[in-house]
Write a protein that binds this ligand. Structure first.
Ligand code: JCF
Length: 791
């Protein structure tokens, strides 16, 4: 369609379209197409205008860059225009840039052996918002957005809330007027946390960190900006009066750093273009590990006199280039949504896409997570969508382009029947207990109720059961499981143990020796450690860590089977949802049958048999009372109550003794009445007694009583490993920590004791420093292990 349009009409069309996108992006902070698509439209317009200079008009989007000021903010005139950067997309663009620079500086034509190489500064191109900060006599007096480059918005009160922007410069020797320029951005960890918070509070979520940064910085209420995890990184100067500055770009930035200005930690100096290319490749490879989003690399001629000599063209300097990374986002069409059935029966929507190249890989599927996500995106079949593929991450649908929705777009419905086995599909319920009552709400997951009668679940349950970190049955891979299930030879994991030679031999890929090996491997799996067995059962939400915890804390399968959900939540990191999944799993008759069959067919658990200190470690009787969920009795009331009545019997007696209760001073009238009513209900009494009895049975001692002391030095601690370790694998490091009693978690939270960060550590490291969690490098970690006699 492009080439059939006469050039002039196409120019008009491109201008209209680009103007609309500019408005969406800069004014509404809601981009409507991926950057790559925008760049293509823009370059097409530039090319057409270059071919027809007579049609270039002053109001063409190529003649101005950036946004109109939002009227709510005051206007700021930039005395020195705020430039944007020319973009490069290929190695050729980069060497063209180098050639133009060399020519502009009258250097001999650059052959590889020539000594006349230009020095360039290199830094990652942050994906945020350009801002100008004006310092007068070292004091921050004004902050402004770039706007269209000559007029921006006054956002002084907002930039003052960005924590790493100095309100006063430190040291001395700064120019009396110093305009600092740089990028305000939102680190990935902060972005994730913000979106989570927005979801909880029912606010709008942001599509990416750049939008979140823009939306946060252009809040009319600076109190909101202050709550947003924004950071600033300085990359240059604007207006400067009075004072001496260094003669190169890198030296100036170092000078600014000395005055307290944050600059990129990745700033490097490159000799010539080949070092620039090496830098570009290195940063590109580390991109995912960085704590913030970048979309390329900025190269600048380092010598400031040379920069002046090279000058500007329109709004971009001749001495700088933004070398972009291949786009991670592209447009494509949603052809269909199919539903996959997972190991635990979760029925998840998967997007089938019109195949499209994203960062060099053809993408034709993307995950949609769950139906809530489909609803959040407002997705319909036939829609044009923006998809994103970052690193090794599964491609994701980011956004729907509503304006391109075809008239025949179809809604996405969760199937009522499992697409594999035809059983009913039910929405999971979340059970929340509070104030002595259980309330249910709808979960985001739908499940096929067919369990092991559903071939999809059966196959994956068996694959999981046999997997390396579960029962580790070598040779029982996907293909053979598929055949065993399809042939009806295996209907539950227990059937593995009654497989006969004759049934296996002759299946595809199975001759005499391989059959013997497989049966031997199955037989060899008959004595699993309790933790592996629990993990192998595939209880929803119970991963290896939780399985280990259950095995360690309870020591036997029968205790785990009988544990009340309210008791399980006393274990560190077991929330009420996981606790309910566990007790629900063991309460299920079908699951009980499978477990019974496994034991009958010779599986012998290596139970530890013995109770460990997990339950003792967290025992506060006041918290027990608090958790019963008695209305009007929270932590303080519970504490007052147990100070005087330190056992359940005593509290029960009090609740039924009108006189003692009315003279008790620790609770107000409402709380007393609620206490009385709560324990007037025999169900509540029975439940409290059952929980208390089981906690005691499992080794819980209340604070006032004798504590069981654990022998392991890191008991109760949570560690996180991130980045690459060089002296040992992560699994080895994890085993060592666990042998010392620590738990090893996958993500950093305020409960994390310490983060071990190797090279390439990214958002977890950032999160740790944000939360003030201790961090050590591998060397310190090894020293710490040595201190415990491990090496
Ligand atoms: O990180 C950036 N987005 C970035 C933008 C870095 C720079 O050094 C820049 C820039 C925009 C203009 N330098 C200029 C002159």
């Amino acid at each position: 369609m492009t080439d059939t349009l006469p050039a002039q009409a196409r120019i008009e069309e491109l201008r209209r379209e680009i103007n609309q996108h500019n408005h969406n992006y800069h004014v509404l902070d809601a981009p409507s197409i991926p950057d790559a698509e925008y760049d293509r439209l823009f370059r097409e317009l530039q090319a057409l205008e270059a071919a027809h200079p007579e049609w270039v008009s002053a109001d063409s989007p190529t003649q101005r860059v950036g946004a109109q000021a939002l009227s709510a903010f005051g206007e700021v005139q930039h005395e020195v225009p705020m430039l944007s950067l020319g973009n490069g997309f290929s190695d050729e663009d980069l060497s063209d840039f180098d050639r133009r620079v060399s020519e502009g500086l009258n250097l001999p034509a650059g052959d590889l052996f020539s000594s006349a190489t230009v020095q360039y500064s290199c830094e990652p191109k942050l994906d945020g918002l350009a801002v100008s900060l004006l310092y007068q006599d070292g004091v921050l007096v004004r902050g402004a957005t770039r706007g269209d480059g000559s007029t921006g918005e006054d956002i002084t009160s907002n930039v003052r809330t960005v924590r790493n922007i100095p309100l006063k410069l430190s040291g001395s020797g700064w120019p009396s007027v110093l305009e600092v320029r740089g990028e305000v951005y939102m680190p990935k960890a902060g972005f994730d946390a913000l979106n989570e918070r927005q979801l909880e509070q029912g606010g709008k979520t942001f599509a990416n960190p750049r939008n979140a940064a823009a939306g946060s910085l252009r809040q009319l209420d600076p109190k909101i900006t202050a709550q947003r995890p924004l950071e600033f990184c300085c990359y240059g100067l604007g207006l400067v009066q009075g004072g001496e500055l260094a003669a190169t770009h890198v030296a100036v930035l170092e000078q600014l750093k000395g005055w307290g200005m944050p600059i990129s930690r990745e700033l490097k100096l490159a000799n010539g273009i080949s070092e620039c290319m090496a830098y570009y490749r290195d940063i590109g490879a580390r991109r995912m590990q960085l704590a913030y989003d970048i979309d390329g690399v900025v190269f600048k001629v380092n010598n400031l006199e040379d920069q002046q000599q090279l000058g500007f063209r329109a709004r971009t300097p001749h001495w700088a280039l933004a070398q972009k990374f291949p786009a991670q986002e592209e447009l494509t069409e949603l052809l269909d949504v199919e539903f996959q059935v997972g190991r635990t029966g979760a029925v998840t929507p998967v997007a089938r896409l019109k195949p499209v190249q994203v960062a060099g890989v053809t993408v034709s599927n993307a995950t949609l997570h769950n139906m809530d996500e489909v609803a959040r995106l407002g997705l319909m079949i036939g829609d044009t969508v923006i998809i994103r593929r970052a690193g090794d991450v599964i491609p994701q649908v980011m956004q729907v382009l509503l304006e391109r929705r075809p008239a025949d777009a179809r809604a996405v419905h969760i199937p009522e029947q499992c697409p594999v086995c035809g059983s009913a599909v039910e929405r999971t319920q979340l059970i929340k207990r509070s104030k002595g009552k259980a309330t249910t709400s709808e979960g985001s997951v739908y499940r096929c109720v067919g369990r092991l009668s559903c071939q999809a679940q059966l196959k994956q349950a068996i694959i999981h059961y046999a997997s390396r970190r579960a029962l580790d049955i070598e040779g029982l891979g996907d293909k053979i499981v598929e055949q065993l299930v399809d042939e009806g030879l295996v209907r539950s994991p227990a059937d593995l143990y009654s497989l006969q030679y004759d049934q296996v031999v002759g299946l595809e890929g199975f001759a005499d020796l391989s059959t013997r090996n497989l049966l031997a491997a199955i037989a060899a799996s008959k004595q699993p450690a309790l933790a592996r067995f629990i993990y192998a059962l595939g209880i929803p939400d119970v991963g290896e860590e939780t399985a280990k915890l259950l095995a360690r804390a309870l020591g036997s399968l029968s205790r785990i089977q009988q544990a009340l959900p309210e008791v399980l939540t006393w274990l560190p990191d077991v929330g009420s949802e996981v606790a309910h999944e566990i007790s629900h799993f063991f309460a299920d008759a079908h699951n009980q049958e499978v477990i019974k069959a496994l034991l009958e067919r010779g599986v012998q658990l290596q139970e530890e048999g013995e109770l460990h200190a997990e339950f003792a470690a967290c025992a506060s009787f006041a918290e027990f009372i608090d958790r019963l969920g008695i209305a009007h009795i929270a932590a303080t009331g519970a504490q007052k109550l147990v100070d005087k009545y330190p056992s359940l019997e005593a509290v029960l007696e009090l609740a039924q003794d009108w006189l003692s209760l009315s003279v008790f001073k620790g609770l107000n009238e409402k709380a007393k009445q609620s206490l009385r009513e709560f324990f007037a209900n025999p169900d509540n009494v029975a439940r409290a007694q059952a929980i208390e009895a089981q906690l005691r049975e499992f080794g819980m001692h209340w604070h006032s009583e004798q504590r069981v002391v654990s022998g392991l030095p890191l008991m109760g601690q949570t560690w996180v490993l991130t980045g690459t370790l060089e002296q040992m694998s992560r699994d080895q490091a994890k085993d060592k920590l666990e042998s010392l009693g620590a738990k090893v978690a996958g993500s950093v939270s305020s409960k994390t004791t310490c983060v071990v960060a190797g090279p390439g550590a990214g958002s977890k490291l950032a999160k740790a420093s944000q939360l003030g969690v201790a961090v050590m490098d591998e060397e310190q970690f090894l020293a710490a292990l040595a201190g415990y006699g491990l090496n």
